[in-house]
Design a protein around this ligand. Sequence first.
Ligand SMILES: Nc1ncnc2c1ncn2[C@@H]1O[C@H](COP(=O)(O)OP(=O)(O)OP(=O)(O)O)[C@@H](O)[C@H]1O
Length: 343
Amino acid sequence: MDNDTFSSGRPGRDLPGDELVIDVQGLRRRYTSSARGSTGFEAVAGVDLQVRRGELFALLGTNGAGKTSLLEVVEGLARPTGGTVQVFGKDPYRQRAQVRPRIGIMLQEAGFPSDLTAVETARMWAGTLAAPRPVEEALDLVALRGRADVTVSSLSGGERRRLDLALALLGRPEVLFLDEPTTGLDPESRRSAWDLVRGLLDDGTTVVLTTHYLEEAERLADRLAIMHGGRIVQEGTVAEIVEAEPAHVYVDEASVRPHLADLPLLPGERVVQVEGGTLAIVTRDLQRSLAVLLAWATDRDVTFGRIEARPASLEQAFLAIADGPGASLPGQSSTIDQTERAA
Ligand SMILES: Nc1ncnc2c1ncn2[C@@H]1O[C@H](COP(=O)(O)OP(=O)(O)OP(=O)(O)O)[C@@H](O)[C@H]1O
């Protein structure tokens, strides 16, 4: 097992200060439609969001939740329909000239000419910046120095993502926006990217990350928000978000079915059927629940074919939001009620 399997956030690092670098209040963004009678589509429907200097804030959400629509406004690339956005206390759209040099944006598709080499692309981008870091240094940061003279069209998908990141780092940004930075990277490159991001945080950079990899958010984020349907529906540290979810004890159905009526459940616990011949006890007190269950099994000479205790996870919290309440357990079909237990 690798060492930080259980880590959440980044212990050991100085806590971010209280200074707000991003302050979003009541933000709305509506896309207009040319269809007659249509009022368009509101992709961001009233979002409040604060990011403090030095923290990594992860924005998660289902496809189409509104993350890109929200971030484009924060980045000053689009105008809000309602509400306010301040980055370093300034309006990123109206005061773009003051905000843009202080932020770095790694887009999903940077769209540079594919016949330029990596180093030419970096030089071209550096030419647009007031005080860029040396291009070789930026390529070094993402371990692309050895591929500097390869054309963009010949870079692998993962190398192109790393080049996108190098470009975002060229301006030594105070706030770095990373839009799904590790999509397409192999596991080793993904871990290298995480190390790089941790290094940037250690140097005081503030990072706003969107990702579909929940493990990435779990490993890196100081705080995160989960968006759904244009709104933020959960916000906090990983621990705070996970705390709202129950844990599960999984047992094989065959060994427990004959004893269902007698199964020791703590107040508030319930048994649910999971696909694959498994039952799960849904509990808020995993340790006590497990202790009671094992003592009960020893008393009755019940031998479980399978028993597994699983604490709540970010994935479970995410699925509960994405699929609606009660759907947090993959493959769960129904709750086994008291009558069935007694039958
Ligand atoms: N230019 C546009 N015109 C109309 N609707 C749009 C436009 N861009 C995005 N949308 C819609 O707004 C909603 C939010 O899209 P957005 O790209 O912000 O979501 P997202 O959370 O970034 O999704 P993903 O994770 O798939 O990238 C979606 O329903 C999308 O179809």
